[in-house]
Design a protein. Structure first.
Ligand code: AMP
Length: 378
């Protein structure tokens, strides 16, 4: 859904139900952790009024609330020019202060608020922010309660405004203006998916050359770790030599690093990742926080006899240590038991493109190219 405020258009990005669920989760944590303490909630006006009201309704112990005011926004960009706080007159000694903020953007405003509240000698200060922009956040203090992380875009609604309008909206809307969101061109992410031996590596190489993309193969990254005999490599080896999967946390750490390293590129082809639904969910979250998303998944379909034949052929030409008949069988089994479900996950998002992987290599890559070009023209 698109709305217009003044001269700008905004698209619905966070529905009100998701906001309310996030507020409930934050209230649950606060109720569990701060029950029995002498708590003063301090809401930062104007933006936090709606969040503060919704959260405070859900607080199940006796507590006070105060509102302080402070103007740092002029138009759509944070000025970094923070003025003095007004409205906090209570004695805070011995109290637990929970600062309620709608959004932490650069973090400069929050740092000044914490400094000024600290002068009133509270026992402790905690920070609760409905929204946090991790990409824009420059400060080194922790936010104790976070509703959700969002990309570095300009948003309105649920207390947040664009030049005075939009505060009454119960959902959150994102500006459709790329310049305002600091997006020049989004990095596109393509997934090359399929069982071992289906041609993921071969097709990845063709696509990255044709479109000048970056190849990110978790199998290749792991083999490098094995070669250097790193601690990570030693752990991975145990799983790879049995045809099983390397634990998700190792894989996700590796991928997150690579995604950060490839920020300025046109696009990335992910080969051999994600291999579990958990990995897929984590990847979606990671990309969402950076304002990227998966553009398409290409699932190569190849008959099992052909897979085994190809992998045994590869073994003959000095292939990989895991290309033995025994490990091949196990890898195919792992694919069927665990990895195949990932295709269903992306099918539900309408991103799955099934490709017949049995034919000629160039024909297969033409099929993939057609989809990539259609997406690029959108
Ligand atoms: P590949 O080169 O993609 O066939 O990967 C070789 C081996 O590395 C696999 O059999 C797994 O043991 C491991 N591996 C590669 N990617 C992943 C991943 N995304 N998750 C878990 N294990 C992986």
């Amino acid at each position: 859904m698109r709305i217009k405020l003044h001269d700008k258009e905004f698209d619905l990005t966070i529905p009100s139900k998701r906001i309310q669920d996030a507020v409930q989760d934050m209230a649950d944590d606060i109720n569990a952790q701060l029950f029995g303490k002498d708590v003063v909630f301090v809401a930062i006006l104007n933006g936090a009024f709606m969040f503060a009201a919704d959260l405070f309704k859900r607080i199940e112990f006796n507590a006070q609330i105060s509102f302080i005011k402070f103007a740092s926004y002029e138009g759509t960009k944070s000025t970094g020019n923070v003025k003095k706080l007004i409205g906090l007159n209570e004695d805070l000694s011995g109290k637990t202060v929970v600062i309620l903020e709608d959004i932490i953007d650069s973090g400069i405003t929050m740092e000044k608020i914490v400094d000024q509240i600290n002068e009133l000698n509270p026992e402790e200060i905690r920070i609760a922010s409905l929204l946090v922009k991790p990409d824009a956040f420059m400060k080194n203090y922790s936010v104790d309660y976070i509703g959700m992380e969002i990309p570095n875009d300009f948003i309105v609604g649920y207390g947040l405004d664009y030049d005075g309008l939009g505060r009454n909206l119960t959902a959150i809307y994102t500006s459709s203006d790329a310049e305002q969101n600091n997006i020049i061109e989004k990095v596109k992410y393509f997934l090359l998916f399929g069982p071992p031996g289906s041609g993921k590596g071969t097709q990845s190489k063709k696509i990255i050359e044709k479109y000048n993309l970056v190849h990110l193969s978790t199998g290749d990254l792991l083999r490098k770790e094995l070669e250097s005999n790193s601690r990570l490599g030693q752990i991975a080896k145990k799983h790879m030599n049995k045809g099983g999967l390397v634990p998700d946390d190792i894989i996700l750490g590796m991928v997150a690093k690579e995604i950060d390293a490839n920020k300025g590129t046109k696009g990335v082809v992910l080969d051999g990742f994600p291999r579990t639904v958990e990995q897929a969910k984590s990847l979606d979250k990671l990309l969402f926080n950076k304002n990227y998303e998966i553009s398409a998944m290409f699932a190569l379909d190849v008959e099992e006899d052909e897979l085994v034949k190809r992998l045994l052929e590869r073994a003959k030409i000095g292939g990989r240590v895991d290309d033995t008949p025994e490990i091949i069988t196990k890898r195919i089994q792992t694919y069927k038991m665990t990895t195949a479900k990932v295709a269903e996950y992306y099918n539900e998002q309408g991103k799955l493109h099934e490709i017949n992987g049995m034919g000629d290599i160039d024909n297969i890559s033409d099929e993939i190219s057609k989809v990539i070009e259609a997406i690029s023209q959108k």
